[in-house]
Design a protein around this ligand. Structure first.
Ligand SMILES: [Zn+2]
Length: 183
């Protein structure tokens, strides 16, 4: 029997030192300091947030600015921007975190969700050959916080080193669409 492997089931958890009133994925991008909020990059309609409960270092989430539960509730422009920012996140990870592989996934609906956040988000989880769940390995909140801060620098550097306009791929498939992100 194959075991279903879903490291993205671990959800973002609030920092005890910084309680958030309301939906964290709506509140955090409204704040002034992206670094303090651990927002690594932003596009026009989505942003990239480091998971506070990482499965592995570099565990990030691509999140639409607007609060929706399900991809079918999002408009085409948001979906396209979401997909492009996910691709940019993969590129940034490969550039500066260099994993052996990556899992991506979404938890939709109550039976799939690992947490209580009902604001759609796509997990992007770097994987290394032979890795195990990072949290039990390192243990302790302080270690996790330091690791996340270090990871922030790496992933941020990965984004910063990339073009702020991601190649839209084969032009024959259709009109090239402009996509930009900021770090
Ligand atoms: Zn929200």
């Amino acid at each position: 029997m194959d075991r279903i492997y879903a490291p993205w089931r671990i959800e973002w958890v609030e920092r005890e030192s910084d309680p958030i009133d309301g939906c964290p994925f709506c509140v955090l991008p409204e704040r002034e300091d992206d670094r303090e909020s651990r927002i690594v990059a932003r596009s026009e309609r989505n942003y990239v947030l480091l998971n506070n409960a990482p499965y592995n270092p570099g565990h990030a989430m691509v999140i639409p600015n607007e609060h929706r539960e399900d991809p079918t509730d999002l408009g085409d422009a948001v979906l396209f921007d979401h997909a492009k920012l996910k691709a940019a996140t993969l590129a940034a990870l490969r550039r500066d975190v260099d994993p052996d592989g990556v899992n991506t996934g979404q938890n939709l609906g109550t039976s799939a969700a690992g947490g209580s956040v009902d604001h759609l988000h796509t997990h992007v989880v770097p994987r290394w050959d032979g890795d195990t769940n990072f949290m039990p390995v390192t243990g302790g909140t302080k270690v996790i916080v330091e690791a996340i801060d270090r990871t922030y620098e790496h992933l941020h550097a990965g984004f910063a080193a990339g073009d702020d306009v991601v190649d839209s791929g084969d032009a024959e498939a259709g009109e090239a669409v402009e996509f930009e992100f900021d770090v």
